[in-house]
Design a protein around this ligand. Structure first.
Ligand SMILES: [Zn+2]
Length: 458
């Protein structure tokens, strides 16, 4: 085990970021937030950034062998390109103790340290290692344990009906550490719930309350009130905890209205599908592009429209000059419009390549042997320089042919038949089915600075 402290000599750092699909919307955990923090840390500590490794849409429970960028990083570690790995918190790294130790042994073997920039670990002492073990054990099932712990600490106080902390909701006041109804405020709350059912708009309800009671409640607080279970007597997961202000039926109707409205206005959040995750690559640097979302909001703060963009993760770190960002809707439109013609194009090129140069299956080892022999002859003055150069150029050319063939092997044309009803059926697919269609059909989508899109097929 190594210490996490850094010496002053320049070290080469790999930045590792990971986010699961559910975490994507969470504050401070977005890939951008993680990256910004890591870049800052690297700057402050005089580290040279080697590369950024981004596992997007990957949960912590996924074994490291199933994380593409993690694997790429391990390859770079084994190739001695990295001295230190940065991530913000241990839970970005692993929630699985077995994986942790497996990877740690690879790091140890290659003399690589890791640093959790937002947490402090010292693995040089027995106590430090114990703390790390405990942390890992907790992280392995963090959410469960956290809520268990909170329940345990508070359960006695809660059982006694005592208010624990935080603000008392409108309509209640605290007497002898217990919540009781404040009738004046409770009347406003009852009116507010009823009005929302009539108007179905938080903004309009808020205006109504302001006019009638002179009380200003913004839409965010309004939503809080309309969803606060105190009003049906429930708090800390315990029923009949405090006096009821709103009957259960009214509360449920309001919840249903909020759900329907937010589902309609907000096509984003958890059900927003990133159609091309993993498929999109930057044509300047060959890195996998990452997504980010942009919300267009109404005046009352609800989301009107959500846009998904793809961009090169290396750009902000000045590792790549690709600054263009691609809108997912436009990308989808282009792909739908051009899919069939792209397949035709590719089929044509296969045919012409086949006609021009049938596969040669060149044996590169033979060419290398010939080059060596040629060099021998030349060095021993058995071959004039002009002849050597001519032969050498010819051999290098056939080497290049062989390499090209390896890169782009001959393949059968793509069967266009299977895409016959594409234009009719694609529209009706669910987002998840669309995503599945693209990842089944396409191998890579390359995007370039000038807006060009090029695709390769599976
Ligand atoms: Zn790039």
């Amino acid at each position: 085990m190594k210490t996490n402290r850094i010496n002053s000599t320049l070290k080469r750092a790999a930045l590792y970021t990971r986010v699961s699909t559910e975490e994507q919307a969470q504050r401070g955990l977005s890939l951008d937030a993680q990256r910004e923090r890591l870049i800052q840390y690297a700057k402050e500590n005089d580290l040279v950034i080697v590369d950024l490794y981004i596992d997007e849409g990957i949960s912590a429970r996924k074994r490291y062998t199933k994380r593409p960028e993690f694997i790429r990083m391990l390859d770079d570690i084994k190739a001695q390109k990295i001295d230190v790995v940065l991530f913000i918190k241990l839970d970005r790294w692993f929630r699985n103790i077995a994986d942790y130790y497996e990877v740690q042994s690879i790091l140890d073997k290659n003399n690589v340290q890791w640093i959790a920039t937002e947490e402090d670990y010292d693995t040089t002492t027995a106590n430090g290692r114990l703390a790390l073990n405990i942390k890992l054990a907790i992280a392995q099932d963090e959410s469960d344990r956290t809520s268990e712990r909170i329940k345990f600490v508070f359960s006695n106080m809660v059982k006694e009906g005592r208010v624990i902390s935080g603000k008392t909701p409108l309509g209640y006041e605290i007497r002898d550490k217990k919540a009781v109804v404040n009738e004046d405020e409770a009347n406003i709350v009852r009116d507010l719930f009823q009005k929302y059912i009539d108007l179905r708009s938080m903004k309009a309800t808020s205006r109504y309350i302001l006019n009638k009671y002179g009380k200003s409640i913004d839409t965010k607080s309004m939503k809080h009130i309309l969803q606060n279970k105190w009003y049906i007597g429930e708090a800390y997961g315990i029923e009949n905890w405090c006096p009821v202000i709103i009957d259960k039926n009214t509360f449920d109707i309001v919840s249903a209205i909020i759900n329907v409205r937010s589902a309609r206005h907000d096509g984003s959040r958890s059900d927003r599908v990133y159609l091309f995750t993993g498929l999109v690559f930057c044509s300047s640097c060959d890195r996998r592009m990452t997504t980010y979302t942009c919300h267009n909001k109404n005046k009352d703060g609800t989301v009107k429209q959500t846009f998904v963009y793809y961009r090169c993760p290396a750009h902000t770190m000045h590792l790549c000059d690709m600054s263009k960002q691609f809108n997912q809707d436009k990308l989808e439109e282009w792909l739908s419009d051009n899919l069939l013609s792209e397949i035709e194009k590719i089929n044509l090129s296969f045919q012409s390549r086949k006609a021009l140069s049938p596969p040669k299956h060149i044996d590169t080892s033979k060419i290398y042997a010939k080059i060596e022999k040629l060099k021998d002859l030349y060095i021993n003055d058995l071959l004039p320089k002009e002849m050597y150069e001519k032969e050498y150029t010819a051999l290098m050319a056939s080497l290049k042919d062989a390499e090209n063939e390896k890169k782009e092997p001959m393949r059968d044309p793509i069967d266009l038949e299977q895409f016959n009803d594409f234009h009719i059926s694609y529209r009706d697919l669910t987002p998840i089915a669309k995503k599945a269609f693209w990842s089944r059909t396409l191998n890579k989508i390359y995007l370039s600075e000038n807006g060009e899109i090029s695709i390769t097929f599976n």
